[in-house]
Design a binder for this molecule. Sequence first.
Ligand code: BMA
Length: 331
Amino acid sequence: MNGKIIGGTSLPHIPWQDKPAGCRDVLWRYTENPVIRRDAVPCANSIFNSAAVPFGDGFAGVFRVDDRARNMQLHAGFSKDGIHWDIQPERIEFVRNDPEIQPFQYGYDPRVCFIEDRYYVTWCNALDWKPTIGMAYTFDFRTFYQTENAFLPFNRNGVMFPRKINGMYMMLSRPSDSGHTPFGDIFLSQSPDLTFWGKHRHVMSPQAPWESTKIGAGPVPIETERGWLLFYHGVLTSCNGFVYSFSAVLLDRDEPWKVLRRGREYLLSPQRDYECVGDVPNVVFPCAALTDADTGRIAIYYGCADTCTSLCFTTVDDVLAWLDESGIAPR
Ligand code: BMA
């Protein structure tokens, strides 16, 4: 049995291409990848690991732009079709209503999650130059209000759920170290107010070889009749360094720290030139997924080789059927 998307809206203008004839993969790439080139903004060295959401009658997003001094910055952007983007040339200047919140030092790997009446941004934020999960909200992608960091350093890949579950806001994250962390599990934390986070739960650890070094949540989880569908990245350490791929897992709808079924294999790994060659070779890193509740279509934005941004497609039914057929039950 497959599942309908719950709580999602119709998105008839979702970026989309049908699955190519003869393709046996669950997930297929946009033929015109990459959709955002590394130099789409004058100051940019690279634009990757970025998040897009439906906004008005088009789309908006928060983009990781590493500048030519190699500062890691966040920029807002807008698009009519989700494919051609107008990324602001200036970085986001966060408004801090509380002066005790530390001024922005760096930011990377943003996610954007619409909850109730606004868009929340989570990203890897510096607290005294040590990475943790920063938070902000916006109504219009013009003014961003920074709030307290969710966690202490060191942490990365903070990904919120799009609604309260059993009265609590929930966020996935991956506790880490100060460098290119050689370990990492996905954990879940809960909050009554988006400021104080606790009731921490372990969700999952690396299991298969493709993800054996570390794993981290990707786009905001998609609610389906059968559970929360989460795409997540996994890292293998090869003799030539890290290889980032991604797969999917189904989490319990009411207790989302419980894994119902997870992929045995990756769904996408770095195989195209633009995924294998760049500032950091062999990286595909998903940070956002658009969904159309009417058709179950999913469009995933993923960073490629820490250099540019691409799109790939699948459907809720395709991924759930794949998890049923070849996935692993929790042990
Ligand atoms: C991670 C993050 C990501 C990056 C990946 C591969 O630690 O920095 O932004 O894509 O490494 O370099």
